[in-house]
Design a protein around this ligand. Sequence first.
Ligand code: PLP
Length: 365
Amino acid sequence: MSGSHLSIPAARPVIGEAEIEAAVRVLRSGHVIQGPEVAAFEEEFSELVAERTCVAVNSGTSALHLSLMALGIGRGDEVVVPSFSFAATANAVRLAGAEPVFADITPDTYCLDPDAVAAAIGPRTAALMPVHLYGHPAPMDRLMPLAARQGLAVIEDACQAHGAALHGRPVGSFGQAGCFSFYPTKNMHALEGGMITTDDPQLARTLRLLRNQGMEQRYENEIVGANMRMTDVAAAVGREQLRQLPAWTEQRRANAKVLDSGIEGLPVPQVADGARHVYHQYTVAVPDGRRDAVQRELAGQGIGSAVYYPTPIHRLRPYQDLSAPPLPETERACAEVLSLPVHPTLGQGELERIARAVTVAGGLR
Ligand SMILES: *Cc1c(COP(=O)(O)O)cnc(C)c1O
């Protein structure tokens, strides 16, 4: 599959025979909503997050939204988030009734800059929501002490970072809550789905109530809740994907190495000290306004690429009314980033072809 005439997609979600058989098995069983498969998926996923308790929901956005609700964060509260992320990060804050406050990133890893976060904290700040962007861990070693000093909750947006770690500690095991997504293009999927991780049994109970109309016992509603349940079909697919995740992650990391050594003339992704990067995206920076030309050149050669994200959240219509401080690194990243294929189904020939094409296109003026 590495012939030079074949096109290389930016992402290649896997729905294999194992996933199909798992889904059919659940459909035949007749137990399709939040049953034994969901319970098993929650149990198995906890291995990835230092044995924390896991609560499955229907999307990564729901995971973030429910975490905020369960922590009592809402009207009148502010949550510090990066503007350089998927809109879901800020949307979850607004959905919970709180307001996002945007802080800038560090240019080397595209994750939150702890100094910018410190400057963004004010009297209404209730939580920090760092994003482990592209599969690289945010600087939790600095953000956790900062949050502790200020009495703030931390909700990790780990939607792109299944299996990433900092100094040996997995993402999703630092904050009061960690949130993962199982959307098809993520490092593993469940068709759609999300997972919340926590080491607080009381919070876990509240999360379970909130995802199911506030009920533990049927029709004995304790609080106002939503319906954010995961189906057993999704969980069965997720379990199959979870089994394959370690091998896929190693393949992503190996693919990134091939790209690192093959790409010349453009900055390749940086990895912070002690960070385990799982390369949800492999993102280079193309300076001097040449990014879109490079992307077109790659497309002409059948090589898919993507820009995550062309517009910072604070410039999206729902957030334009918020007064954001200058976010120069965020603006620069939006203008320069280009994500190349790194998914685990790529062959050596395809990786070499990508590296060569990017090097040539990056050098053209
Ligand atoms: C994908 C993603 C989400 C939302 O996950 P869904 O499952 O699509 O709702 C949130 N934050 C980030 C950073 C993401 O990449």
